[in-house]
Design a protein around this ligand. Structure first.
Ligand code: SAM
Length: 208
């Protein structure tokens, strides 16, 4: 099953499944971006709009992009704002959906599905204003090392979604190569238990 088919199939249950990764990343994004101002936001892999509904309260305009029409349809209904353009697109292809210079580009739980970080950060740097921010919130690679993956249950059994492991240094190196300076890096743990394997990695970057 392709990544697009997998998310089209996951969409009806994505918001209601128990999913600690989804929920902790929502906390991470809000904590990281609370003190940052942005007018124009490009949200990559918006899914069902978990973060769009928070971002739209701070932004003047959001371009929200996703590969899956079924995920997008739920986001459109959930967010219901004319400040957001929801666009179906594959970010591994040309970024023709980026229609203006952005103050913020955000990635939540999407880069694990993207093989080529280099292309992604190159495009990110190209669409950001100077001084603009990029936020990355991902399933921590340490969790991936222990076998955690994006997966959901279907009538036919558990369906795993195609994933790639990017090490922490891969993110930082690819960002630096395209003029994105590391402003912050954070790790979030289940129940705040810092003796456990961290679940979420966040990286905040700024275009120099
Ligand atoms: C785990 S979901 C995360 C959704 C949302 N950001 C959240 O945190 O709940 C990953 C999303 O990335 C999208 N995605 C995966 N590969 C993509 C690609 N190549 N281009 C655009 N979106 C993609 C999927 O369709 C899915 O909605």
């Amino acid at each position: 099953m392709s990544i697009q088919q997998a998310y089209n199939s996951w969409a009806p249950q994505y918001d209601t499944n128990k999913n600690r990764t989804r929920d902790l990343e929502a906390v991470a994004l809000r904590n990281t971006l609370a003190s940052i101002d942005f007018d124009a936001c490009l949200e990559i892999g918006c899914g069902t709009g978990k973060n769009t509904e928070w971002l739209v309260r701070k932004a003047l305009h959001i371009t929200a992009v996703d590969l899956s029409e079924e995920m997008l349809e739920r986001a459109r209904i959930k967010v219901g704002s004319n400040k957001v353009d929801f666009i179906q697109a594959d970010i591994t292809k040309r970024w023709s959906f980026a229609t203006q210079p952005y103050d913020l580009v955000s990635f939540s739980l999407v880069l694990e599905h993207i093989a080529n970080l280099d292309y992604t950060f190159k495009q990110t740097a190209a669409v950001l204003k100077r001084g603009g921010y990029a936020y990355v919130g991902e399933l921590h690679p340490f969790k991936q090392y222990t076998g955690t993956k994006a997966r959901f249950n279907t009538a036919q059994g558990t369906q795993e979604v195609e994933c790639y492991t990017h090490h922490v240094s891969d993110f930082v190196r690819a960002a630096k190569q395209h003029g994105l300076r590391l402003l912050g890096l954070n790790e979030l743990f289940d129940n705040n238990d810092r003796s456990s394997v961290p679940r979420i990695l966040t990286i905040l970057l700024q275009k120099v």
